[in-house]
Design a protein around this ligand. Structure first.
Ligand code: 5GP
Ligand code: ZN
Length: 122
């Protein structure tokens, strides 16, 4: 499969992971999306699902990104099944901005499972 060229930011940590400049053990990769374990897991399963394209956060999404957003969630569900946490249930989170705890300004969905989750999140 050929990978289309997408907007990247050479200073962005997750763009550098997508480019292979910083190592990550991809559990999924396709033309739009990659997924890899969080370096500081907060749950027994904690995977980050991210677009190849540099999109700062969910706040920057437009209709033009609808395929990417659909793929992000479909891949999260697939990875959850493959990780064996789908039947028990899992949490999908995307932080937007500092007050929400966003520390990497490249859109990512946290896929977290393998334990019970509290609600609301802190
Ligand atoms: P945020 O806080 O922006 O919602 O989530 C960023 C996540 O990226 C954090 O959970 C953090 O542990 C993870 N992270 C930061 N640097 C790296 C890295 O170099 N590799 C991986 N795999 N995850 C990282
Ligand atoms: Zn980026």
């Amino acid at each position: 499969m050929t990978t289309p060229s997408v907007a990247t930011d050479p200073a962005c940590l997750f763009c550098r992971i997508v480019a292979g400049e910083i190592p990550a053990a991809f559990v999924h990769e396709d033309d739009l999306v990659v997924a890899f374990p969080d370096i500081a897991p907060r749950a027994p399963t904690h995977i980050l699902v991210i677009p190849r394209q540099h999109i700062v956060s969910a706040a920057a999404l437009t209709d033009a990104d609808s395929s990417t957003v659909g793929r992000l969630f479909a891949v999260a569900a697939q990875v959850a099944r493959e990780a064996g946490i789908a039947d028990a249930g899992y949490r999908l989170v995307t932080n937007v901005g500092r007050a929400a705890g966003q520390t990497v300004d490249h859109l990512h969905i946290h896929l977290m499972g393998g334990r019970s989750m509290t609600w609301p999140p802190g």
